[in-house]
Write a protein that binds this ligand. Structure first.
Ligand code: UVW
Length: 305
């Protein structure tokens, strides 16, 4: 069994962008790479990869609940000059309930966050270091989608199925050799969202999931990928490869490599389009909300072709 601490130490990016850095691998999206990503927009078509912020989400109350939207004003009993009326509302939700970025403050072990920042600076007042507000300029760049179920000839992978470097390479080969390189934002389709859409919560979306395994962390590091997103709830396979470590891939990617993770995205419409036009690369933009010192942020990620 590979020890995640050994992998984490080997792949660690601490100090790479300075001892004070709180943005991690997003630093790999240089102005040149961002400008090149913008040139991937050809047909002017937008794919909305965010799930709806309402009770139809995948949360079952075990970790989190689905968003609750309450109207505070509907126009009733309002008296304004000229007949003006307005509607207002509140949204209550766990930050990690829907399509989201995990901030670098989201996960830590042995008392340290990414770049060696002390975890005890994380209090009920928020994360003094590595909060999502540190990514306020947004996370945007060249996105590449890899469709893993297509490679295995199944509609979706099952809970606990581990995506290996061989799977990632096989998807690249099947998708015309699309490149994955420095500063890219990788979108890994497991089909878990598809299964939820077809079977609902009975399918146990939150009970487990297919996803990346520890060996794929090395694959991401070798290519200097800037961020990774998935259509499941934790990017990695659950149950994981090591029963003695919960969310080991989180610990390596977020805490050691400084990689921001995008979770619970919907790739279904985008996948159809990529299959149709054979183009698996696009401009990707997913600005987080600037929630001060937060461990993450809901997002409405866009792929633009
Ligand atoms: C946990 O469940 C702890 O994290 P995530 O939302 O990143 O899956």
């Amino acid at each position: 069994m590979t020890d995640f601490r050994v992998v984490g130490e080997r792949l660690r990016n601490w100090g790479r962008w300075g001892d004070d850095d709180e943005r991690g691998t997003v630093n790999l999206i240089t102005p040149e790479r961002l400008a090149a990503a913008g040139r991937l927009i050809h047909k002017g078509r937008i794919f909305d990869l965010g799930i709806d912020l309402d009770g139809t989400g995948p949360q079952n109350g075990r970790f989190r609940i689905n968003p609750v939207h309450l109207m505070s004003e509907t126009g009733a009993e309002q008296v304004f000059p000229g007949g003006f009326r307005y509607a207002d509302g509140y949204l209550f939700m766990p930050i990690q309930a829907s399509s989201q970025w995990d901030a670098l403050a989201h996960v830590f072990y042995d008392g340290l966050l990414y770049n060696g920042h002390p975890a005890d600076e994380l209090t009920v007042k928020g994360a003094a270091r590595c909060g999502i507000d540190k990514q306020g300029k947004g996370i945007a760049g060249r996105g590449v989608l890899l469709d893993i179920p297509a490679v295995r000839g199944v509609p979706w992978l099952e809970a606990g199925e581990v995506i290996t470097p061989d799977d990632l390479d096989a998807a690249i080969a099947a998708q015309g050799g699309v490149s994955v390189g420095a500063g890219d934002i990788l979108l890994v389709r497991t089909g878990w969202r598809r299964k939820f859409l077809e079977q609902g919560q009975e399918a146990g979306f939150m009970a487990g999931e297919p996803g990346l395994g520890l060996a794929s962390c090395q694959w991401l590091r070798d290519r200097d990928v800037a961020a990774v997103c998935a259509d499941n709830w934790a990017v990695e396979a659950l149950p994981g490869e090591d029963p003695g470590a919960f969310l080991a891939v989180h610990m390596v990617l977020i805490r050691d490599m400084g990689m921001t993770l995008g979770e619970i995205l919907d790739f279904e419409e985008l996948t159809e389009d990529c299959r149709a036009d054979g183009r698996w690369e696009f401009f990707f933009a997913a600005p987080p909300l600037k929630i001060t010192r937060a461990a993450g942020s809901p997002i409405n990620p866009l792929a633009i072709k």
